[in-house]
Design a protein around this ligand. Structure first.
Ligand code: GLV
Ligand code: MN
Ligand code: MN
Length: 428
């Protein structure tokens, strides 16, 4: 494929915006930040990104679940080629997860506008609400509602881990918008994201052309027992949910190891009640995150977990309550759009690897309604969901330029099908 556009992004401007956004909710002594969805700091981050959209002259809309979209009008009518991601973070977040996809979209639009180019199709950049799923479940919530996968009224009623209600939090930070949702599908969606894993770095590859996203199963288990005095209650007379929970937690780890890659299993949150040194707990609540690219194996991991929980709890006098927090099947992206990402990377001289994503992304929701793909860049030491998350400037620049080439090919009215766009030799 020849270069579709000779425009390149400005890496300093992109880095400056990443730093300015990361200063909101900055975690002292690190480069990372904490902006859980719909908190005060998430609101301030949104305000900053919206101000940048407005500075670029984009038409900005906010919908009922707080997704923000900025559109640069193209020459022809029709749905936009959309870029974007999320700007909420986990509580121990880095500055790149999600933020890169949104700010690279802005950077690309600024570069195109600065070069005096009006694209054929409109270009859009979006930030989706609560992608992380740390504060409200499920994850990818804003993009799920955007594509009609969850009713707005159901989303607005979701309770956070801190007891807040999503709809009230949106109102409180001023992001209960009026744009229609579910929205009209974009022409195509392409999300730039850091890999958040070790593969590209280990294989010395610059770009990942993401073929799809693995399935995600999140559940919350509460084991209930009998709270009692830790000194006076003989071991044989206890109903101790702590020990049941501990056995299940280690099982989750063993389960993933026994099933083998790509199965993963994580217990990321645990709460003992009353959580005191000298009290046999009344209950233990914890989360289980299971993932696999293969739906059948993912289901098997869920079934094995259920069987182990039943077997472990039998005869302990404890009971279990299970709540599904999120369940998404594996997603395959549109092959022509993935080809286009790969061809765009090659046209710029970058090494590129086709690979699935281990993390969840808004792109997996957009894939339900329009041709979708993702561009990955390296993550140093494979670290993410950690303030030490880092991607070198050269990798950020490479990823953003690949996104620019991909988006310009998709926006070209000369190209009437994605298959055509993905073929080598297409040029503007
Ligand atoms: C989102 O970051 C996820 O948990 O994959
Ligand atoms: Mn992300
Ligand atoms: Mn994340």
């Amino acid at each position: 494929m020849t270069l579709v556009s000779s425009i390149q992004i400005d890496i300093d401007r992109l880095q400056d915006r990443l730093a300015e956004l990361a200063a909101i909710g900055a975690i002292d002594g690190t480069e990372g930040c904490s902006r859980l969805a719909l908190t005060e700091d998430d609101g301030l981050g949104r305000d900053l990104v919206v101000s940048w959209m407005c500075d670029l002259g984009l038409e900005v809309t906010i919908d009922g679940v707080g997704n923000g979209v900025g559109v640069l009008k193209g020459r022809i009518d029709g749905p936009p080629v959309m870029m974007g991601s999320h700007i909420d973070t986990v509580a121990t977040g880095g500055r790149y997860d999600g933020n890169l996809g949104v700010l690279a979209g802005l950077e690309i639009i600024e570069s195109i506008v600065g070069a005096g180019i009006v694209p054929d199709r409109s270009l859009a950049v979006a930030f989706f609400t609560n992608e992380e799923g740390s504060r409200f479940q499920p994850d990818m919530l804003g993009s799920l509602v955007y594509v009609g996968g969850l009713a707005l009224s159901d989303a607005l009623a979701i309770e956070a881990i801190d007891g807040a209600i999503l709809g009230q939090e949106l109102e409180r930070i001023g992001y209960d918008g009026i744009a229609a949702i579910p929205a009209e599908p974009p022409y195509a969606f392409v999300e730039l994201h850091i890999e958040q894993g070790p593969v590209l770095e280990a294989e010395a590859m610059t770009i990942g052309a993401v073929t799809g996203v693995q399935g995600i199963s999140w559940q919350e288990l509460t084991i209930n027992g009998q709270s009692n005095h830790a000194g006076t209650t003989p071991m044989s007379l206890r109903r101790d949910p702590g020990v049941v929970a501990a056995r299940i937690m280690t099982f989750v780890h063993d389960l993933a190891n026994n099933l083998g890659p790509p199965q993963v299993g994580t217990v990321g949150r645990v709460e003992f009640a009353p959580n005191l040194v000298n009290v046999v707990p009344a209950s233990v609540t914890f989360t289980v995150d299971l993932r696999n690219t293969d739906e059948a194996v993912l289901q098997e991991s869920e079934d094995r977990l259920t069987a182990f929980v039943d077997e472990t709890i039998a005869g302990t006098g404890c009971t279990v309550e299970t709540r599904v927090l999120a369940r998404f099947e594996p997603v395959l992206f549109d092959p022509y759009t993935v080809d286009l990402v790969e061809a765009s990377a090659k046209s710029l001289g970058y090494s590129v690897k086709r690979m699935p994503s281990g993390a969840g992304h808004d792109a997996q929701m957009l894939a339900r309604v329009c041709p979708t793909a993702m561009v990955f860049t390296q993550s140093q030491n494979g670290l993410s969901h950690n303030p030490a998350e880092f991607t070198a400037a050269a990798d950020l620049e490479a990823g953003a330029n690949v996104l620019l080439q991909t988006v310009m090919a998709l926006a070209s009215a000369e190209v009437s099908s994605l298959k055509e766009a993905a073929l080598p030799g297409v040029s503007s």
